[in-house]
Design a protein around this ligand. Structure first.
Ligand SMILES: *Cc1c(COP(=O)(O)O)cnc(C)c1O
Length: 489
């Protein structure tokens, strides 16, 4: 399997090279040159999560030896995950919630980031790189902590995380700034997630700076979902959840299902599309946005327009106007038209808007307002005794709208991306708890009592941790901050 770039099809590199580089030099994203096809779904029925993971990843990461992929999978998906199923599927009413948040940082980013360090280490070995790898990451709240947790204390790797100062929840922020590990660096930026992400992309495209780092024995890599090493591990749970439905007799073999995915950077839902291209029987991939509904507008109209105010919502991990991974979908859907993609992405960065005429029938898009999110959280709790976080509630509400509109009876899986305790105040107030003038930990304890769910251990620990990271900067200063940190030792 080789990888090419969405903006230059003459690029052809191995999986391990793509994992190290993160992003292509001309700014394009790496994509697989073809989709491996699953021949018989029944072959997967006796496999557990780890076995399906090995099966899928070995086809995409073909230059990493199978034994090493196995090793990586079993190290990644161990008892760090609270459920031995890794991603349990829970039936509520007539839908299934795919709970992706039982990892160490309580959000779905753990699934891919638990394995990325192992894949990266193997890739470094294969390519005989002797320099230190510097992971640069922009986060809308969850990637940052999951990456810090994954890469802290690893020799030969340094990790730098930029998060938007006012754009993350209190728990998300505390999780990051209390991070231990001499090789970690956490910086808040005066701006939003798009500023952080475009700042990081600019550093990746600053060839002079990269050269200077190289002379100082550093190579840059990325833990964002622009990295193909993030994307592929996410394909696994689409297959795993389908197989679980099969095993439980909830569907027949080859019966189609829908997935509803709360979407920001389009990484999670794109992994679902990859699963579909590989042969998983998926009817619709339902893209759920919050008030920053640039994606659902795009799916409606074919016009991608980021010229609007970014709204700070209670689902901060989806407060994004420049959705990176959409570029990959458009590349695949245009039969790999790199010229077209380079042109459209150029329009996006220069004018903030582009129009593209492609058939995207696999997808349906809609969005949910703050009020609708609260309604979903409340109704699921009152009627079904099931507690969801605001991101998952966005997906649930969008699914309700979809079902009302289309009358589609296809069995549906709602992808549940975070623990409700990561976003306590919104969840608590939605189910009628008084949160006014209460501090976050009190709210979380009240929420735990009312829902009869124990506070997850990673949150309990948080209250007593010391703050280790105090740095803050403007978007223009991100490069300097990187230099400062690397010069420290
Ligand atoms: C990152 C994140 C999302 C959005 O996922 P994308 O892959 O960026 O579309 C949704 N919910 C939560 C909780 C997240 O952390």
């Amino acid at each position: 399997m080789k990888y090419t770039s969405t903006r230059d099809k003459s690029v052809s590199i191995s999986a391990s090279e793509a994992i190290i580089q993160g992003i292509s030099k001309e700014g394009g994203l790496f994509v697989p040159k073809y989709f491996p096809k699953i021949k018989e779904l029944v072959d997967l029925i006796d496999m557990n999560y780890e076995e399906i993971a090995v099966f899928i990843m070995s086809q995409f990461f073909s230059d990493i030896p199978l034994e090493k992929i196995k090793e990586s999978v079993y190290k990644a998906y161990d008892d760090k995950f609270k459920s031995s199923l890794i991603t349990p599927l829970v039936k509520v009413d007539d839908v299934f919630f795919l709970e992706l948040y039982h990892g160490p940082t309580l959000a779905f980013k753990d699934i891919a980031l638990s394995i990325l360090p192992y894949l990266l280490k193997e890739s470094i070995k294969i390519n005989q790189i002797t320099k230190d790898v510097v992971i640069l990451t922009a986060t809308s709240g969850d990637t940052g902590k999951a990456a810090l947790e994954a890469f802290a204390h690893i020799d030969g790797i340094k990790i730098i995380v930029f998060f938007p100062k006012d754009g993350v929840s209190q728990v998300q922020k505390l999780q990051m700034i209390t991070q231990e590990g001499h090789n970690t660096c956490v910086i808040s930026i005066n701006g939003n997630f798009d500023d952080a992400q475009s700042g990081v992309k600019e550093i990746f495209n600053d060839l002079e700076f990269i050269d200077e780092l190289f002379k100082n024995d550093y190579v840059l890599s990325s833990a964002n979902s622009i990295n193909i090493g993030r994307l592929v591990p996410q394909v696994v749970y689409y297959f795993n959840s389908y197989v679980t439905l099969l095993k439980n007799g909830d569907i027949n073999i080859d019966e189609k299902v829908n997935f509803v995915v709360p979407t920001g950077n389009f990484g999670n839902i794109l992994a679902g599309y990859y699963a579909k291209e590989m042969g998983l029987p998926i009817n619709k991939l339902i893209c759920a946005s919050n008030d920053n509904n640039v994606l659902s507008d795009f799916l409606d109209t074919g016009v991608y327009d980021k010229n609007r105010e970014l709204i700070l919502s209670t689902s901060p991990s989806m407060d994004i106007l420049i959705s990176s991974n959409l570029e990959r979908l458009l590349f695949h859907k245009s039969q790999g038209d790199d010229k077209l993609l380079a042109d459209k992405m150029n329009q996006l960065s220069e004018r903030g808007v582009y129009e593209i005429d492609l058939s995207l029938n696999d997808f349906y898009g809609s969005y949910a307002s703050e009020e609708e999110v609260s309604l979903s959280i409340n109704s699921l709790f009152q009627n079904n005794d099931y507690l969801v976080d605001p991101h998952t509630a966005v997906a649930h509400r969008v699914y309700t709208k979809y079902k009302d509109l289309t009358k589609d009876k296809t069995k549906t899986i709602i992808v549940s991306t975070a623990s409700p305790f990561k976003f306590g105040p919104k969840v608590a107030s939605s189910i009628g708890l008084n949160v006014k003038d209460k501090d976050e930990f009190t709210i979380l304890k009240n929420l735990s009592q009312l829902s009869k769910i124990d506070l997850p251990a990673p949150i309990k620990d948080l209250e007593n941790k010391d703050i280790k990271h105090f740095n803050s900067c403007n978007k223009q200063e991100m490069k300097e901050m990187v230099e400062l940190f690397l010069r420290r030792d």
